[in-house]
Design a protein around this ligand. Sequence first.
Ligand code: SAM
Length: 254
Amino acid sequence: MSRREVPAREPVRLRRTGRERHLELWTEAAGDPPPVYGERWREFDGHAFRSFEPGRSKLAAALVRDWQGGVPASGERWLYLGAASGTTASHVADLVGPTGRVYALEKSPRPFARLLRLSDRWPNLLPILSDARSPESYFDLVPAVDGVYVDIAQADQVDIARRNAEVYLSHPGAPLVLALKTASMGRSRPPAAFLEQAESELERGFELDTSVRLDPFHRAHYLIGGRARPALFREETGAVLRPPPGRSPGRRRR
Ligand code: SAM
């Protein structure tokens, strides 16, 4: 492709400033001030950016490390499980930008109320009060998505992540990103043993990236990333819940 044929670049929604230990991340705000959780705001090239804090977000902590997994990109639709009051979900919404969508699921009413208020200022963040253990309960609200992000800190977090990815990821190759809280799986074994267990549960359905340990930002947590294998979409992988036939092909597949 000649230089002249290179398509116009999407706006850069993620910026890095500083180096190594002083690396800072910034996402281009898809919403309006004030800050969501006390993060700093500044301008780059006339656009408002928000500091993306590794101490507050597992995705940011992985990005300042050597994260090779999926990162939400401009125009994409992501399903976010465990959005709480929107700290990381607002940055995911920044990354997908005004033409993307974040379907932000939270089951606890109190953080959900704050998430709902936040969505008034972040129009591409769509809060859903629901339980991620019942993916069928939000069929009518969530279309097929480009990526699934999971941060729910539950003993069955891996199973919940896999089942939602089976139902909602739009195609083989689409990314799953899972913030694994090993303490939720027990304290009888070292964190690395729980990571190994999680990876072995996921590897049949996903081509896994190298997981990143998030200490000291998030104690005994890992970020696990993988791309859906075609096998994930075949019925024989398990009791996959899918939307009723007849509605699914037109609505859920591209
Ligand atoms: N992702 C958030 C962030 O980075 O800003 C923090 C999430 S916090 C660690 C985990 C959240 O998952 C809690 O708000 C909790 O209520 C929610 N959660 C736990 N189990 C859930 C489930 N089954 N369905 C939906 N949300 C769940």
